[in-house]
Design a protein around this ligand. Structure first.
Ligand SMILES: [Zn+2]
Length: 143
């Protein structure tokens, strides 16, 4: 295998995941959400809540390794990726959070309730926030 091709396959595997879909991920798809990498495999995904170095200090996404969004939100993200690639072919969008299960929203809320940080987290008792419905995505630009 060509080394460059091997690197690309590895990069795809790390970002878009070759791992089997989890029950939660299957459930999100049944609700009509789409895996961003299925639309554009050049978009990188490093979900912050699938690792412990987030503001809660522990892994919250045990069953979520892919970035799911509503189709319209995902298509807008793909357009942004394409625009970025036209201007800077070596750069790529990197997704740090997308659809967030309400159970995780509750864990986040429990962490900040009664603190000054509560203004940064949507209260699940009030319906949560845009992340809980596949309408919000946290991104950065990677090279
Ligand atoms: Zn966000």
């Amino acid at each position: 295998m060509d080394k460059r091709f091997g690197f690309l396959v590895l990069a795809w595997a790390l970002t878009c995941g070759l791992s089997a879909q989890t029950p939660l991920e299957r459930q999100l798809e049944k609700k009509g959400l789409v895996d961003v990498c299925q639309l554009d495999s050049t978009i990188q995904v490093r979900l912050m809540y699938a690792r412990p170095d987030n503001f809660v200090g522990k892994v919250l996404y045990r069953e979520l390794n892919r970035a799911y969004l509503l189709p319209e939100t995902a298509r807008a993200l793909v357009k942004a990726q394409q625009a970025l690639k036209r201007l800077h072919p070596d750069y790529s969008l990197c997704v740090y959070d997308a659809t967030r299960p309400m159970s995780v929203q509750q864990q986040m809320w429990n962490t900040v309730a009664g603190t000054s940080r509560k203004n940064y987290v949507s209260n699940p008792a009030n319906g949560g926030g845009l992340h809980n419905y596949g309408l919000a995505v946290d991104v950065s630009i990677d090279s």
